[in-house]
Design a protein around this ligand. Structure first.
Ligand code: NAD
Length: 486
């Protein structure tokens, strides 16, 4: 694929909000600029939402709630299927937007859009399968539960998989009868505005899905602390997660947190190296340049295979191509100057802690590019092994046996994901049983799908999204007890 010129009509110069079923852009709002991470040039300008804008969006969502929750679940599902179709019909536009905004290679952006469609279809099908229990309270009673929507759900999302996360977080909320106010990440607001517009064009009633872009500290904080939201789903860093959860809990709105990780990827001598090497690469480099919450950023390697495996990983990583998203390389630039600084600062910290990386660093070129970077001989106590870098930086840590591997793997504040490569089924299952992580991948890093629950142990979060577990996140249980002897 050659260098891409944005086709007419795919990107406007300015974007505002999407409130009450239509674009909404008060003229006097301050604007912030987004930047194309491959050129470092301005991309578009976006209105920065204020407390008043968030307030308008929340009241629109509140007004739309009664009608949407009273819409039959089957009908809600049908609307979600129509939204999925609309996203599919516009998937090229959405993929271009995600690629340009986030710097992600085009094929990976296509995958993010496909994953959003998959979520809408999965939850469309699930909408009318949400049911309660009958509870044996005694001969003279009939007792049953109803699962009702939470109400107005707030969603604050990050920039790494913007469209996919809309599907993961917002599609189930809509399917189960909630209304939504979404504050997307500053870097990737257009994806959210376009999906909301497509949803309304596809039949979603006005007010059910509102989007207010803006700064985290202003629009984000106003939404998290709004008195009239019923739940808050936050996907982002641990530090921000703590802050927004406190704001939500002040109003007794249920916080749901999908946070960061520092996930171990453990390779035993009986692993199939031909499968393990590409999986390691995908785990930390080629999938979104390591900007993934579940990235396998700590490679735990058995001492007997260390040299051979690391040589093979280095050789394969050196082949990965870097370039602008529409050239569709293996790795694009990092999303922003801030993220570039964060990652390159950690590379400096790594240099101080362990010495030169055996491969990688930041190339001298325009754009926020960082090469696949590997630090070998890392102690699990070092900062580069303990703190989430959120970029293409792999720390290699040796272990001598299964129990040491498990101890190192669990020796982290995080607990989002963990991978293991071994041909010993017992060892794989022991690892799965003993590891403190919300997702375990055996013999394929990122072995998960739309249907599988996702969420973190320890500091990596509270609650689960995806799969049937999303029903618990986006509904609340009402119990009805009836005395039938009166
Ligand atoms: P971030 O915490 O900086 O920002 C996330 C969102 O919060 C953005 O929309 C931002 O504008 C908003 N925000 C920032 N400060 C805020 C405040 N004070 N009040 C309210 N909102 C505020 O995270 P990021 O840099 O955008 O994303 C990277 C992080 O997200 C990483 O830690 C990554 O692991 C995590 N993440 C987790 C998952 C998951 O499923 N667990 C998925 C993707 C990313």
């Amino acid at each position: 694929m050659g260098q891409f010129e944005p086709p007419e009509g795919k990107l406007r110069e300015e974007y505002g909000f999407f409130i009450d079923g239509k674009p909404d852009t008060p003229v006097d709002r301050e604007r912030f600029e987004t930047v194309d991470p491959s050129t470092e040039q301005p991309l578009v300008e976006i209105s920065a939402g204020t407390e008043a804008d968030v307030d308008r969006a929340v009241s629109s969502a509140r007004q739309a709630l009664d009608e949407w929750r009273a819409t039959s679940a089957t009908e809600r599902g049908q609307v979600l299927f129509q939204i999925a179709d609309a996203i599919r019909d516009h998937s090229e536009m959405l993929a271009v937007i995600e690629a340009l905004e986030s710097g992600k290679p085009y094929t990976q952006a296509v995958f993010s859009i496909k994953s959003c469609i998959d979520y809408f279809e999965y939850f469309a099908g699930l909408a009318d399968k949400v049911q309660g229990d009958t509870i044996p309270m005694g001969w003279e009673y009939v007792d049953f539960t109803i699962r009702e929507p939470m109400g107005v759900t707030a969603h604050i999302t990050p920039w790494n998989f913007p469209t996919s996360i809309i599907g993961r977080s917002i599609a189930p909320a809509l399917a189960f009868g909630n209304t939504v106010v979404h504050k997307p990440a500053e870097e990737t607001s257009i994806s959210a505005l376009e999906v909301a517009r497509l949803a309304v064009d596809a039949g979603l009633p006005p007010g059910v899905f509102n989007v207010v872009p803006g700064r985290g500290t202003e629009a984000g904080a106003a939404l998290a602390g709004h008195r009239d939201i019923d739940s808050l789903t936050f996907t982002g860093s641990v530090e921000t997660g703590r802050e927004v959860a406190r704001l939500a809990v002040d109003n007794v709105a249920a916080p749901h947190l999908e946070l960061g990780g520092k996930s171990p990827h453990v390779i035993f001598p009986d692993a199939d190296f031909d499968a393990a090497v590409p999986s390691i690469l995908r785990g930390i480099f080629s999938a979104n340049s390591g900007q993934s919450c579940t990235a396998g950023s700590r490679l735990l390697v058995h001492q007997d295979i260390h040299d051979e495996l690391v040589d093979r990983v280095v050789a394969a990583a050196s082949e990965l191509t870097l370039g602008p998203p529409m050239d569709d390389p293996d790795m694009g630039p990092l999303v922003s100057a801030a993220q570039y600084e964060r990652v390159t600062d950690y590379i400096e910290i790594g240099r101080e802690e362990v010495g030169e990386p055996i491969i990688g660093g930041a190339p001298d070129r325009t754009g926020y590019y960082v090469e696949p970077t590997i630090f070998d001989g890392v102690s699990n106590d070092s900062r580069i092994a303990r703190e989430e870098i959120f970029g293409p930086v792999l720390t290699v840590i040796e272990f001598s046996d299964e129990s040491e591997a498990l101890e190192i793997a669990n020796d982290t504040d995080y607990g989002l994901a963990a991978g293991i490569f071994t041909s010993d089924v017992g060892r794989a299952l022991r690892f799965a049983r003993n590891i403190q992580a919300g997702s375990v991948f055996v013999n394929e890093y990122y072995a998960f799908g739309t249907q599988t629950p996702h969420g973190g142990f320890k500091q990596s979060g509270i609650g689960r999204e995806k799969g049937l577990e999303a029903i618990r996140t986006y509904t609340q249980t009402k119990n009805v007890g009836i005395n039938i002897e009166v």
